[in-house]
Design a protein. Sequence first.
Length: 332
Amino acid sequence: MDIPVKIAAVDFQVPETVITNDDLTKIIDTSDEWIRTRTGIERRHVLSGNESAVQMGILAAKKVVAKSKIDVEKIDYIIAPASVETHAYPSTACEIQAAIGAVNAACFDITAACSGLIYAMGIGRAFIKSGMAKNILLVATDAVSRCLDWTDRASCVLFGDGSGAMMLTVAEDGQDDILAVDLKAEGHYGDFIKMPIPGKNCPLVEPNEQEKMFVKMDGKEVYKYVVTKLPVYIEECVEKSGLKMSEIDYLIPHQANLRIIEALEKRLEFNPDNVISNIQEYANTSAASIPIALTEAIRSGKVKLPATAILTGFGAGMTVGTTVVRLREGIA
Ligand SMILES: CC(C)(COP(=O)(O)OP(=O)(O)OC[C@H]1O[C@@H](n2cnc3c(N)ncnc32)[C@H](O)[C@@H]1OP(=O)(O)O)[C@@H](O)C(=O)NCCC(=O)NCCS
């Protein structure tokens, strides 16, 4: 079977609390100038008090359910590219299911770090295309700010919190919105970005102390990897889609570093006006960054619909995910 897939809705949720680059100078030896010129980041939104990644995910999920007008009981799967700071299970997808009442959905999380939303789109698309499912809710949500070492200035300035959600469904009009998906992983670069969970032997076997888990990153290596490999992988995905690069209206990349985005723009010869970036406001929100950028760009009129676009993400693993999509009016 080759059932066409519709991107029915996209939306996001971010916490209200904002930390500026200047705020960070109170706790680490850094400057607004350093962060802006190296990354493009000016602010980031972070969780506070009892807020959580799951809560943000629930709010983003409710928005796309409402916008897509799909009955929650008709959702077949909830897939959450998520890593929450408090527990490995129950899955974030199950927690979202309970909160929104999607009683008939099977639920699971995936670990593909910042490529997670694109990986989830690949899985969701395959499930719908094969006739296995009709309605699939994707929710990317991470509490990155709670997994950072706030004394490590090389990593803590780069991230923020946020959730992004997308609803995939059967395209009754026959227009396939996801033209191609290309997923890659290169596990031999796994050391570039890590978040260790300090599982320890039973203290009766070996005395030990619990450590906290923190993101550890070799920023330089990540940078080199992405600017070298990502353009090639994007070109491969565009070729699969049957479109030419010149026929694609927008490039909507993962928001990790403005310099990476500008390098992609030049290498793929995109008009800067058609390359979407909102890293200034949110920093790197992991798998949520693409749906946040996509939704905001549609709402601000920067992305004019209908349109074709490349969505592309990369992250720990190393993983890379790219998709070429058609974006319909009314999705955001
Ligand atoms: C992290 C990153 C911004 C660093 O930029 P860079 O130009 O490579 O900077 P360097 O690592 O060469 O560091 C230069 C200097 O700045 C210092 N520095 C690092 N972080 C700093 C900060 N927040 N403020 C001020 N100085 C800082 C370093 O200690 C280093 O000092 P030294 O030369 O005295 O040793 C950049 O490598 C990057 O963005 N990489 C990609 C990371 C990424 O996208 N990760 C997520 C993937 S999903």
